[in-house]
Design a protein around this ligand. Structure first.
Ligand code: GDD
Length: 319
């Protein structure tokens, strides 16, 4: 039986990954910054509350849990917040990963690390070629992307210099049940649900609708993490994506079409960003070739599931 440690197990992807690993008979341990709002205790064998902000706590956890594989998901993953607090993005994303690499080097180099980066590492420049491949030139366009690309560089360095078993993954936008507000799909879906309940005027407030992104359901993304942890090659980087660009306005149209309410759209300048990457979509050839990963959930299904989950939320019922 494999033992896995998931950092950020209380997060959006963390909870889905814990469920998947449990189904696949892993012994699952998780870390969380605060035990607060959701604790999947029945899904995991142990939960450690920790900030992961120094090497010693990492060493303690690794010695206690003795994982075969660490899925390092814990991070500050909101691009807009990273614009507002870039130093926080660096502390949460770059420093935490660096402490992990240092600690694993000291405890046991047999531990496989799945280092979770982001498609934001590629950023955007005029001559960019699509779909984006793993070897594309990285030009991150925001502090979040820089913080994650720094992790990628450190991962490569620890692999090359110390032969550590690190794989860096670059998931593109993930969506699905359990995602918190602050990301485009829940931001829109909560408003649709509130309009349906009559607690918001029938106007959805939006940011930039012209950008194009590559969306994959979180349940397919975590399937990718697990496959990569077994079949991926040490020292490699893998995109996880659908390979198809979707205009944000189309996403909104689909969500609105899932509701019987009449809904208007209004741009809120406060939701725009200093730089918003106009388009990105990736190539998933490598992950498919190396691991036989396949997407199983289509975009409309993900949006239906998100909306359905939000409609059932208690706070909406009680308002
Ligand atoms: N969040 C949000 N809210 N975005 C909006 C809104 C809104 O009301 N209206 C329009 N958008 C636009 C954003 O300007 C952006 O162009 C696009 O929708 C997607 O925004 P997000 O969902 O916030 O995602 P992101 O692309 O900035 O970053 C996400 O994907 C990365 C992977 O590609 C995050 O999940 C990152 O953590 C992740 O690494």
């Amino acid at each position: 039986m494999q033992t896995a440690l998931i950092t950020g197990v209380n997060g959006f992807a963390g909870r889905h990954l814990a469920r998947l690993l449990k189904c696949k008979n892993y012994k699952v341990y998780g870390t969380t910054r605060s035990p607060g709002f959701f604790m999947p205790v029945n899904m995991i064998n142990g939960l450690v509350v920790t900030q992961l902000d120094n090497k010693d706590s990492w060493i303690r956890i690794l010695n206690e849990v003795k994982p075969d594989v660490v899925f390092h998901l814990a991070s500050q993953s909101n691009v807009k917040i990273a614009w507002e607090q870039p130093s926080l993005a660096f502390l949460s994303n770059t420093m935490t990963a660096l402490y992990l690499f240092e600690a694993v080097k000291q405890v046991s180099k047999n531990i496989r690390i799945i280092s979770v980066g982001s498609s934001e590492e590629y950023g955007f420049y005029k001559e960019m070629e699509f779909p984006i491949k793993e070897e594309s030139f990285p030009h991150p366009s925001n502090p979040y992307g820089v913080s994650k690309h720094s992790v990628a560089l450190l991962a490569r360095q620890f692999y090359e210099a110390f032969d550590m078993d690190i794989i860096h993954v670059r998931p593109f936008n993930h969506i699905g049940p359990g995602q918190r507000r602050g990301f485009v799909v829940p931001d829109f879906a909560y408003q649709v649900a509130k309009i349906e309940k009559g607690i918001q005027k029938p106007i959805i407030s939006v940011g930039n609708l012209s950008s194009k992104r590559d969306f994959t359901d979180v349940r397919d993304i975590v399937e990718g993490y697990e496959l990569i942890s077994r079949r991926g090659l040490k020292g490699q980087t893998y995109n996880i994506c659908s390979g198809k660009p979707v205009v944000i306005s189309d996403l909104l149209e689909i969500l609105i079409s899932l509701s019987s309410s009449q809904i208007q759209i209004e741009e809120d300048p406060g939701k725009l960003r200093p730089i918003d990457i106009p388009i990105y979509y990736g190539s998933n050839e490598k992950i498919i070739e190396h691991t036989s990963w396949a997407r199983s959930i289509e975009l409309t299904q993900s949006l239906e599931d998100v909306l359905e989950e939000i409609r059932k939320e208690e706070w909406l019922e009680n308002l």
